[in-house]
Every structure is written in structure tokens, then in C-alpha cells.
Design a binder for this molecule. Structure first.
Ligand code: 5AD
Ligand code: FES
Length: 349
């Protein structure tokens, strides 16, 4: 490793920041040696705060109906081949009950921007889950909504909200989304969620079309400044029924490299080893943990609908029962020296 890169890594570990050009240089000059150096430091930081605990979140995919048309996403409204579904409140509560029995204490309700999920419907669900299980955290991942809506959901008991920023570069954002979607709206949502007292998750895909080391440097700068409680990053994986069908998938290598950097930028951050990472490599999630991630999200959705929540091709965990998925992940985490824990797993700031 050059002296210059070694100095960048030390600087990052000590000051928790680099300038844009330095992030870009770190990315452009990466090699197995620099990746290893970053991963070692990232793992040490995580160990300080979280020991060898990996938090689990039960993911419930409540609807694949979406009014948006993001160019990368398999459930975009422009995909006529997507077999649409929406879970009923009863089905959702059954997933929660099953998950609770399996030890889950955080539930993530995720779905497309489905107009059916009005504030009334969603608040009712959140309220029910929190009443039945006051010891659980409820995380929402339901896209862009008004400030008023976020406030009502917060008052109904939602604790956390995941809304990936997708890219911190305005022009890049424009190339991934249809004209009616706006970078400013996205950023405004994230600010409002924070102001309303949510634990907030942002994030981005690695290897999305038109991404460069310069746009990634902006993502890292955004993480440095925003200090999200959670940050979801996973590889872009093409979906056959989208305009990006022929674009190459992101890599495990770059995803892990960025996971390590993000851990160093903000050591307390909750970083999932994502399903997309497990999709492009059989041990992708284990590699993510070894690079500095500390969260996994087993699928609790009804087996009958899992295949339909297809954001990208070949998604894993679509044939397994919830219990199998959790056991599988427990074994995978143990195989690399980590233990999954089933408390709420709040961020340790
Ligand atoms: N590949 C990887 N991730 C994707 N997402 C959507 N489509 C894809 C894809 N093709 C991610 C987006 C979104 C999250 C729910 O899933 O980042 O925010
Ligand atoms: Fe879902 Fe292995 S983690 S089946």
C-alpha cells in the first residue's frame, strides 16, 4: 500500500472524515490490501460498541404495489409482468406473531408506495403491533410521504424509518428515477424523519448504473454529515423487466469495501448485510459482517408472496419458512464467529 493511501486510512480512522477527493481516491486505489486494512479497523470499531452481536430484524414485505417507476426496481409501476399483491392486516399480524414467537423484537414493514396504505391504515397497523408487543420496535420502509404523515405514524408508535437516499448526486439521482421524482423531495423526507424523532436509515445501491467513484464519494460525504442511525447498502442487481436489465450487478468486493468505510465514518451505525449481497454471492452476507456490518434481516413474509416481492432477479430466501430463514442466518453468523441477538437492537450512540 502506498504511504499516501495508508495516511488516508489512518486519517479516516482518527478524524472520521475525508474530503470528497480523498474518498474518491480511496475508492479508486482500492486493492485487497487496502480492503483488508479497512476491514480490520472497521471490525475493531464495531467490536468496541457491539461485541460479536449481530442484530436481527424481521422483514415483512407488505405490498408490491407501487406508484413509482424507479428505473432499477422490479416492482416499478411500469412493469406489467409483476404479479401484484397486498397483505391484509390479518396476514401482517400473523407474520408479526410468528416472528415474535421466533424471538424477533424488531419488525420492518416494507412495501412499495401503495396508495392503499393511507395514514389511517398504516397507523392502525403500527398501533396494533405496539399494543400487542410494547417490547418491540416497529420500523417502516414505505417510501416518501408527507411530513404530516410521518408525524402521525410516529405518534402511532413507529420507532424507525428506512428510506434509502439511493445516491447523493443530483444528476445521478435523475438518471435512476423518472422525471416526476426529485432528489430534493428525498432529502427533505430524510430531514423531516429525523426532526420527528425517528431513528433514520438512509442508503444506496453499489454498482447502480451511471455510478462512479465521484458519486460514491458524495454518498460517503452524505453519510458523514447526516450520521444516519442505519445505513442500508447492497449491490445493484438487474431485474429482467426493467430498463436496466442488461446492466452489470454491483460487486461483493466494492460493497464490502464501502461497508468498512461507513463503519469507520460513523462507528455506531447499524449496517445490514443485505439480502442483495447474499444474492450475488453464496456467502455475501457473511462477507458483509466480516467487513463491518452488524445487522441481518431474515424474511418473515408469507412464503406465498415472497417470490412476488422481486426488486431484482434471483432474490434469495423466497422459498424458506420464517423459522428456516432465521435458523439459516443464525448458523451463517455463527460460522464466522458472530451471534444473532433478538433484543430491539437500538443504535448505541
Ligand atoms: N437491485 C438492488 N437493490 C434494489 N433496490 C431496488 N431495486 C433494486 C435492484 N434492482 C433497493 C433500493 C430500495 C430498496 C428497498 O431496494 O435501494 O431503496
Ligand atoms: Fe433466508 Fe438463509 S437466510 S433462507
Amino acid at each position: 500500500m502506498t504511504e499516501r493511501v495508508s495516511r488516508l486510512i489512518n486519517g479516516l480512522a482518527q478524524t472520521r472524515r475525508l474530503i470528497l477527493e480523498e474518498y474518491q481516491e480511496l475508492i479508486d486505489s482500492r486493492n485487497p490490501e487496502t480492503a483488508q486494512a479497512l476491514a480490520e479497523r472497521a471490525v475493531a470499531e464495531r467490536k468496541n460498541i457491539y461485541g460479536n452481536a449481530v442484530y436481527v430484524r424481521g422483514l415483512i414485505e407488505i405490498s408490491n404495489i407501487c406508484k413509482n417507476d424507479c428505473l432499477y426496481c422490479g416492482i416499478r409501476r411500469g412493469n406489467p409482468h409483476c404479479d401484484r399483491y397486498r397483505l391484509t392486516p390479518k396476514q401482517i399480524m400473523e407474520c408479526v406473531e410468528e416472528g415474535y414467537g421466533l424471538g424477533f423484537r424488531t419488525f420492518v414493514l416494507q412495501g412499495g408506495e401503495d396508495p392503499h396504505f393511507t395514514d389511517e391504515v398504516l397507523c392502525g397497523l403500527v398501533h396494533d403491533i405496539k399494543c400487542r408487543h410494547p417490547d418491540c420496535a416497529v420500523t417502516l420502509s414505505m417510501g416518501e410521504r408527507s411530513r404530516d404523515s410521518y408525524q402521525r405514524l410516529r405518534e402511532a408508535g413507529a420507532d424507525r424509518y428506512l428510506l434509502r437516499h439511493e445516491t447523493a448526486d443530483r444528476a445521478h439521482y435523475g438518471r435512476l428515477h423518472p422525471p416526476e421524482m426529485s432528489f430534493d423531495d428525498r432529502m427533505r423526507c430524510l430531514q423531516e424523519l429525523r426532526e420527528l424523532g425517528y431513528q433514520v436509515g438512509c442508503g444506496f445501491m453499489v454498482g447502480s448504473p451511471y455510478q462512479t467513484s465521484a458519486t460514491l464519494a458524495k454518498d460517503l460525504k452524505f453519510v458523514e454529515e447526516f450520521k444516519p442511525d442505519m445505513c442500508g447498502i447492497g449491490p445493484f442487481v438487474p431485474h429482467k423487466d426493467t430498463p436496466f436489465r442488461d446492466c452489470p450487478a454491483g460487486t461483493v468486493e466494492l460493497t464490502c469495501f464501502l461497508l468498512s468505510i461507513i463503519r469507520l465514518i460513523y462507528p455506531p451505525v447499524l449496517l445490514p448485510a443485505t439480502t442483495a449481497l447474499g444474492t450475488i454471492h453464496p456467502e455475501g452476507r457473511e462477507l458483509g459482517i466480516l467487513a463491518g456490518a452488524n445487522v441481518v434481516m431474515p424474511n418473515l413474509s408469507p412464503v406465498a408472496t415472497r417470490k412476488k416481492y422481486e426488486l431484482y432477479d434471483n432474490k434469495i430466501c423466497t422459498g424458506e419458512e420464517s423459522a428456516q430463514c432465521k435458523d439459516c442466518l443464525s448458523a451463517r453468523m455463527r460460522s464466522v464467529g458472530y451471534e444473532i441477538v433478538t433484543d430491539r437492537g437500538d443504535v448505541k450512540k
